[in-house]
Ligand binder design. Sequence first.
Ligand SMILES: Cc1cc2nc3c(=O)[nH]c(=O)nc-3n(C[C@H](O)[C@H](O)[C@H](O)COP(=O)(O)O)c2cc1C
Length: 222
Amino acid sequence: MNILIFLGSSRTSGPPRPKRLGERVCLACSHLLNNAFPSNTVEIIDPLDYDTGGVFKPEFAYSRKLVPEDLENLAAKIKNADAYVMVSPEYNHSMSPALAHLLNHFGSSLFSFKPSAIVTYSAGQWGGARAAISMRTFLSELGCLPVSAMVHLPCAQEVFDETGHTLNPDDQTQWDEYLYRTLAQLVWWAQASQQQRDLVDPLTTSKAFKDSPSQRNAPGKS
Ligand SMILES: Cc1cc2nc3c(=O)[nH]c(=O)nc-3n(C[C@H](O)[C@H](O)[C@H](O)COP(=O)(O)O)c2cc1C
């Protein structure tokens, strides 16, 4: 299976620190997935690697032949993925605007009928728990339902080094066990949904909205 880890920070300058804490958290998730579930492929999606253009225009708003290359490439990766790890810092008690902005470029049909895992972190003591609450709503609407367990990493700068391993080697096992609970749920649901997607194409029973958001409306409201 293919698992994408979305990095929810696009900062290129400090303070607080020049390098993003999110890089460490994504690497920690990647190490855990690679070690515990080696048959899967894992890729970190860094928003700095994708040019989404200046003025907001989602991938699905372009005529098919004119989709910018970066958006086309990322859309293909999202479509081919079986599960998503959404790694977000907490910004003003909310999910990262960088992550929301990147995800808003893609239609829910690319994410639908697959699971996601919510991983939040912060430099402070709450570990992004407040951001995580709104992520459940966001990711459910996007179609990639979040698994029940979540990861929250308070003071992530004191937990992981820049390689994604614990600063104190003695702490590695307990943090691995903490990450494993959520990521093992993700892999379980990813396998289950992959098998079911192979049996029944979900878009035959739940059609994608293609024309207008009003397709979601209750009868008589369009
Ligand atoms: C605009 C902004 C808002 C922030 N809001 C919060 C917050 O609400 N809660 C919190 O714990 N940390 C907050 N922080 C601190 C972040 O946890 C910290 O900067 C972290 O390193 C951000 O992740 P990054 O380094 O991957 O960009 C905020 C930081 C910024 C830049």
